[in-house]
Design a protein around this ligand. Structure first.
Ligand SMILES: Nc1ncnc2c1ncn2[C@@H]1O[C@H](COP(=O)(O)OP(=O)(O)OP(=O)(O)O)[C@@H](O)[C@H]1O
Ligand SMILES: [Mg+2]
Length: 262
C-alpha cells in the first residue's frame, strides 16, 4: 500500500512537472492522446528518464502511428525524438509474430506489457546494430520500458520529410543508395528491416532508415519473405521514377540465392 501511495504522489508531482516542462499536446483529441499514451507506466518511465537527465523538454507531437507516438524533445538543448509505444492500443498479435521467431527475444513472456517492453528494446538494439554496420539511422540513446529516445533527424523541430513526400532530384541515385543500404543491413548487420517503404525512410541531408521495431535477424524464419517484401515496396515506389532492377535479381544479389523469376 505504502508503495502505491508513493507512486501516486510521485505521479502527481510528475504531472506538475510536465506542465512546468511545457509539454504541449498538438493533437486534436488531446485528452485521448493523454489517456492512450501517458498511462501510469509511461509517466513513471518518463519521469525516470527526466530524472536521469536523458531529456529536459517534451515538445510537440510529431506522429501518431499504429503502435507508437513520436514526440519532439530536447536534451541539453539538442533535439531528440521520443518514441512511446502505446501500451493500451498497440497491436499485439502482429508484434508477437515478429518477436517469437527472434532468438534474441525467445525468452520474453507473452504478457501485453512484457511484449511492448521487449519491442522497445528490440527497436533499440536493431538501431544499434544498423548503426554499427554503418547504416544511417537515428542514434539510439536510451530506452526504458515502452519509451525509446534517439537523436532527432530533421531541422529545428521539423523532421525531415518521409521519402514519399520528398523532392527527389536524382531518383536513380536515391534508389541505388537504398538498395545498397538494404544489402549492408542484410550482410553486415544481419538484419532485415521488414517494414521498409517510402514511409520509413527520411530524406534530408542524406537518407535515413527509421522505424526498426519489427526488423528481424537473418535467422528469423520469415526473414527472406520480409526481405522480398521490402524490395518489392522499394521497386513499387521507384518504378515510375527511374529504371529499376527486378525484385528477384536484387533478392538473389543480396542473399546469394538463385531464385528463378516468376
Ligand atoms: N529519430 C527521429 N527523428 C525525427 N523524426 C522521427 C524520428 N523517428 C520518427 N520520426 C517521425 O515520426 C514518424 C513515425 O515514426 P516511426 O515510423 O518510427 O513510427 P510509426 O510508423 O508510428 O511506428 P508504428 O507504425 O510501428 O506505430 C516518422 O515518419 C517521422 O516523421
Ligand atoms: Mg513508420
Amino acid at each position: 500500500m505504502k508503495k502505491e501511495t508513493n507512486i501516486d504522489k510521485e505521479l502527481e508531482r510528475f504531472d506538475q512537472r510536465l506542465e512546468e516542462m511545457g509539454i504541449r499536446f498538438k493533437d486534436a483529441n488531446q485528452f485521448k492522446v493523454r489517456e492512450d499514451v501517458f498511462d501510469d507506466v509511461t509517466l513513471l518511465a518518463l519521469y525516470k528518464l527526466v530524472h536521469k537527465k536523458w531529456l529536459s523538454v517534451i515538445g510537440g507531437s510529431i506522429s501518431t502511428g499504429k503502435e507508437a507516438n513520436v514526440f519532439y524533445g530536447e536534451r541539453e538543448g539538442a533535439g531528440i525524438a521520443i518514441k512511446i509505444y502505446r501500451i493500451r492500443t498497440a497491436n499485439f498479435t502482429t508484434m508477437s509474430s515478429y518477436i517469437t521467431g527472434d532468438p534474441r527475444f525467445s525468452h520474453v513472456k507473452k504478457s501485453k506489457k512484457e511484449l511492448i517492453f521487449a519491442w522497445t528494446r528490440k527497436e533499440f538494439s536493431n538501431l544499434v546494430r544498423a548503426r554499427n554496420a554503418g547504416i544511417a539511422v537515428p542514434e539510439p540513446m536510451v530506452w526504458d520500458r515502452n519509451i525509446l529516445i534517439m537523436s532527432f533527424i530533421g531541422e529545428g523541430e521539423r523532421p525531415y520529410p518521409q521519402l514519399r513526400n520528398a523532392d527527389l532530384n536524382d531518383p536513380s541515385k536515391t534508389y541505388g543508395w537504398i538498395l545498397h543500404a538494404i544489402d549492408v543491413l542484410y550482410k553486415k548487420a544481419e538484419l532485415v528491416h521488414a517494414d521498409l517503404s517510402e514511409f520509413n525512410i527520411l530524406y534530408g541531408d542524406q537518407l535515413y532508415f527509421i522505424d526498426m521495431g519489427q526488423s528481424v535477424t537473418r535467422d528469423h524464419p520469415r526473414a527472406l519473405p520480409f526481405l522480398m517484401r521490402d524490395i518489392k515496396n522499394i521497386n513499387r515506389f521507384f518504378k515510375n521514377r527511374c529504371d529499376i532492377r527486378t525484385d528477384v535479381e536484387i533478392f538473389n544479389d543480396i542473399t546469394g540465392r538463385n531464385e528463378a523469376e516468376q
